[in-house]
Design a protein around this ligand. Structure first.
Ligand code: G1P
Length: 299
């Protein structure tokens, strides 16, 4: 049951980030100097994934360019004596086999995953949303690795979930299930609801952008009608799957930054910049001065 392949949907329009996303995919927004999507691919590689299929769309060429070699840039950097930076730039796409498919029409997440059917074939596979950074507590395994460990245990399709404030439930897929006696963080799912109104949400456990599926999900996606927002919803296909076989959720402690949300993006940028030795100390001093009404913000 070794999971070798992952699908990374990155085809959304990114309208909440216009005008920045008029000519740049939201997945390429930087967290200091690294695009969000590079964090996602690194998580996949560190979790043992060998092969990824990125679902792109119109205007997403920057993604392919980023994970490709750039001989002119490398040559320039080497000539300028910046060998270490040249190596780092070259290494970006080396750790995984990367493939691309374009989603021609914006028919939703379920449709994007369905496009991966021929590539994945009949093996289990992971899904990592390209606009989500998972940040486990220090010392813990990468997010996807935690989910793959749980998949090994239950040998059924499984999705990561985390608790969200009630007023946020309408942004996410929300799950309802029964905790397993041997591990209360594992829930056998009864129902998933995509973006419910707070009064209709069956819980406050939101789908966190990481999934591991058995290939049977593709059969469900073939017959999933359009749902919320007129889109083919992955959660609807999972409901169908749960009628035929067990489907689980893992409630984990990892933080999740939803980069599709402006405030979450800003928080992620600041938090990661504060952690880095090159930017952290000076940024901390700057923020402290700014918040105490000092001169830093006025110069
Ligand atoms: C998608 C899924 C939703 C999930 C969310 C996580 O929604 O449909 O179930 O909770 O990702 O980010 P989207 O953010 O594409 O609207």
């Amino acid at each position: 049951m070794k999971v070798r392949k992952a699908i990374i949907p990155a085809a959304g329009m990114g309208t909440r980030f216009l005008p920045a996303t008029k000519s740049m995919p939201k997945e390429m927004l930087p967290i200091v100097d690294k695009p969000v999507l590079q964090f996602v691919l690194e998580e996949a590689a560190e979790s043992g994934i060998e092969d990824v299929l990125i679902i792109t769309g119109r205007g997403k060429q920057a993604i392919e360019n980023h994970f490709d070699y750039n001989p002119d840039l490398e040559h320039f950097l080497r000539n300028a004596g910046k060998t270490e930076l040249a190596e780092r730039v070259r290494d970006i796409g080396e750790r995984l086999r990367i493939h691309y498919i374009r989603q021609k029409e914006q028919l939703g997440l379920g449709d994007a995953i369905r496009l991966g059917r021929d590539h994945v074939g009949s093996e289990p596979f992971a899904v990592l949303l390209g606009d989500t950074i998972i940040d486990p507590p220090a010392g813990q395994k990468p997010g996807l690795q935690q989910l793959l460990d749980a998949f090994e245990q239950v040998r059924s399709s499984i999705v990561a979930v985390h608790r969200v404030p009630r007023e946020w439930v309408s942004r996410y897929g929300i799950v309802e299930g029964d905790p397993e006696p041997f591990d209360p963080n594992l829930l056998r799912l009864r129902r998933l609801v995509e973006k419910p109104a707070p009064a209709e949400a069956p819980s406050d456990l939101a789908i966190a952008g990481r999934y591991v599926f058995k290939p049977e999900i593709f059969g469900c996606l073939e017959t999933t009608p359009r749902g919320v927002g007129g889109e083919i919803q992955l959660t609807d296909a999972m409901n169908q799957l749960a009628l035929d076989e067990p489907v689980f959720a893992l409630a984990w402690q990892a933080r999740r930054f939803d980069i599709g949300n402006r405030l979450e993006y800003a928080k992620c940028f600041v938090e990661f910049a504060l952690r880095r030795p090159d930017t952290g100390p000076a940024l901390r001093a700057y923020i402290e001065e700014l918040l105490s009404g000092g001169a830093a913000g006025l110069v």
